[in-house]
Design a protein around this ligand. Structure first.
Ligand code: RRO
Length: 310
């Protein structure tokens, strides 16, 4: 079965890749992704300075998903600038994920990291866990300003990682921003920000930062992810391919993201829970499902979702 994907002219050997977030911060972790069946190596979002992240406990798993308030722990962009040329030997696309604390940092990081030759760059506009900082993706003007200044500094395909939106007008406004900023691909969705999980036994929150509020991920967010993939596909399919993220635990979940309009899918919480073998398993499950259904490639499924007649 042909599981390859194409994003903005870059070929991915598999349409199933890691999401920026879990297990992609250190060189060892990135190399392990190189050896795995992941169709790409996606880095943790990088900031100007190295960050230790928020106080622990900051990650909580439960059967339907995860809650995190990691706070952008990463080694700082200079380190990823060293790693990227050394990760080229794996022969699969490298996506550098960039997160600034302000517009100037996005510019500095994206411009420099571009010169180190990643295959694509993702601008993260949607981290929900920086104490005192709102998610940029909910501020249209600020998003447009950052993307328009970064665009000319980057020679690779430039993508944007967005937060979930819950009303069509918000997806429409953001689609306009992405078009005007000449963005090449879209990654939806980041975790559902500022969710709260309560332990009724201890009568306590489950993570320390922000009094327990954090980003919700995993199986329980799949319907929100599919809705955002579909909405952006309807708005942008001609211009910008989509990487679908949110709730992918099985080959069927990946298939649903493709139907909704994703060209590739990225796995976060389920990768954190299951480890590197998940990319092989999901590839096998998706391959079998496509065969059963008579598809000859993953690409043939993109956007094929059917709606009901009026
Ligand atoms: O590090 C984090 O707390 C984090 C980031 Br940068 C992000 O984009 N999404 C998320 O759920 N956590």
């Amino acid at each position: 079965m042909r599981l390859a994907a194409e994003i903005a002219g870059v070929t991915f050997p598999s349409c199933i890749i890691n999401a920026s977030g879990p297990l992609c911060t250190t060189f060892e972790e990135l190399k392990a992704l190189g050896h795995s069946a992941s169709g790409a190596i996606v880095t943790k979002s990088m900031t100007k300075e190295a960050r230790a992240g928020n106080p622990e406990p900051r990650y909580y798993e439960f059967p339907q998903g995860s809650l995190n308030s990691m706070g952008l722990p990463n080694l700082g962009y200079q380190k990823y600038a060293e790693f990227i040329p050394r990760l080229k030997e794996f022969g699969k696309p490298i996506i550098a994920s960039v997160a600034g604390m302000n517009g100037h940092e996005y510019e500095e990081i994206a411009g420099y990291i571009s010169s180190k030759g990643p295959d694509l760059i993702e601008i993260n506009l949607s981290c929900p866990n920086i104490i005192g900082k709102p998610q940029l993706g909910y501020d249209w003007e600020a998003s447009e300003a950052v993307l328009k200044t970064v665009r000319p500094l980057v020679s690779q395909p430039l993508g944007v990682k967005l937060p979930p939106y819950f009303d069509p007008i918000h997806q429409e406004v953001m689609a306009g921003v992405l078009k005007r900023a000449r963005i090449d691909f879209v990654v939806v969705i980041n975790s559902v920000g500022n969710a709260l999980i309560i332990d009724p036994d201890t009568e306590q929150v489950v993570i320390r930062p922000k009094d327990g509020f954090g980003g919700l991920g995993g199986a329980c967010i799949k319907p929100v992810a599919l809705a955002n993939v579909r909405a952006f596909y309807q708005l942008l399919s001609e211009e910008m391919p989509i990487i679908g993220v949110g709730g992918i635990v099985s080959g069927v979940d990946a298939f649903e993201h493709l139907l909704a309009g994703a060209s590739a899918v990225a796995v976060g919480t389920a990768f954190a829970k299951e480890g590197l073998g998940i990319f092989q398993r999901l590839g096998e499950e998706l391959g079998q499902l496509l065969k059963q259904k008579g598809y000859s490639s993953a690409q043939g499924v993109i956007g094929k979702l059917r709606v009901m007649d009026d």
